[in-house]
Design a protein around this ligand. Sequence first.
Ligand code: SF4
Length: 446
Amino acid sequence: MTLSSSSHQWPLVKRLFELWNGDSSFRNAVEHDFDSLGKTYPLCTDSLTLAKQLWQDNSFTKHHYSRKTFPQLHQFMQHQQELITLRSQIREDCTPLPANFKKWRHCQINRCDWQFGPEKNNTIIHMPICFELSQGCSVGCRFCGLSAPKLSSVFDYTPATSRLWKEILQVCRDILGKSSSRASLYWATDPFDNPDYERFCLDFHSILDIFPQTTTALALADIDRTRNFFRLSQEKGCELNRLSVHSVADLLTLHNNFSAEELARVELVLQSKGSLQKKVGAGRLLNSNDKSVEKTTISCATGFLVNMVEKSVRLISPWPANADHPSGYKTYDHGQFTNAVDFSSLLQQMISTTMQHSFSSQDPVLLTPGIRCLTRENTTLLSSAHREVPLSQVSDLPRLRDLIGSHNAGEIALHYLETEGMEPVLTFMTLNSLLCSGILQAGVQQ
Ligand code: SF4
C-alpha cells in the first residue's frame, strides 16, 4: 500500500491516535487482529496504510521515527508541539493589566506550583475572567469536575441582555486590558446549551478582537450547528476548539460525520470508558476510588467567574479538590451586580481589597495546605508532594518554623524585634515574600 499524498495527512494520524487513545477494542484489534480493522472501523485506505506503518511495520516508536519515511507523523507531532506553544502563549496573554491583580495572580501561580507541581501547573492558563451564559448544564456528565447542577436557565440574547453583555465586555477590556480577550464563555455550563452562544461569541470578537475558544459535549446534538460553528470560529481566526467525547459510539459518530480535515484543529477530549486519557478526581469524581483518576483540578481560572443569568461575580483560583473545595477551586470573594457600572465597581473593589499579597499585623501566618515543615539531616525543609526547599533558602528568620501556625504577622514581627533586634519592616518583607512564593497564606482570605 502507498499513500495518496504523503505530506498532508497528519489529520489522519490524529484520527488514528484518537481511536487508539479512546477505544480499547481498537487497541486490541491493532495488537491481535490487525486485518479486522478495515472491516470494523470506518478507515480509508490511507488511514489503514498509516495504521500499518504506525503499529505493524515497527517503523515508528514514540521517541524515534524517520521524518523522511513518515512525514505525516512528523507533521502531527509538530501540530502537537504548536498546541503546547499556543497554550504557553495564552497563559502569557492572560496576565491582567492592573498591577495588583497581576501580582496576586503571580502569587497564586507560585502556590499552585507547590500544590499541583510545576508540570501540571504549566498546563493551567490562569485566565483572568470567564463567563457562564446559562445556569447549570443539561449534559450531566458522570465525571463532571465542577459538579455542574442541572440546567435551569439560559441567558437569552435580547436587545436588553445583548446591550448589557456588550457593556460588560467593554468594562472587562477597560479594566483587565488585553487579557480579557482570553476569557472563556463557559465554566460549569455547556456553551451549546445557550441557543444564542454564537451571537455572544460574535459580540466578544467584535469588542475584544478574539473569537473565544469553545469546549462542548453537545457536538452531536445538532451536527449542522456544530459544523457551522467550526466554520464560523475558523473564519474569525479561532485557533482551537474542543469536543468532549463520552463514548466510543460518539467517537465513531464524530468520525463518520466530520472529515479528518474538519476536526484537524479540534481537540477531542476522550472521556469514554477504556480511554487512556486520565480523569480528574474533582467534582463528581471527588471520592472516586478508580486508580486512573488523578487527584488534581480542572479549574483554569485565577480571576473572576461571572454568571450572566444570576449576575454574580466570584473571585476564584485553582485549589486541590477536597471536601472544602470539591470543585477544585477556592472562592476568595463574591458579589452581585445589576448593570455594567456595578460590575465595574465590583471588579475594581475585589482587585484593590481582596487580592491580598502582603500581610497586615492581624493576619494569622499559616503554611499553605499541602506544604509542611520537616527536618532531615539537621535541615528544616519546606516540603509538598511536588517540591522541597530548605527553609533557610527562602527565609533568614531564625526558628520561623516554631512561629508559623500559632502567631499572627504582628506578633512574629514583635518577636524578632525583641529577640534579634530586627526592624519589623524586614520581618514583614520576608513574610510577604513567602506569601508571594505560595508558601504562606495570610489567614482566612488567602
Ligand atoms: S463536564 Fe461540562 S458538559 Fe459535562 S456536566 Fe460538567 S459542565 Fe456539563
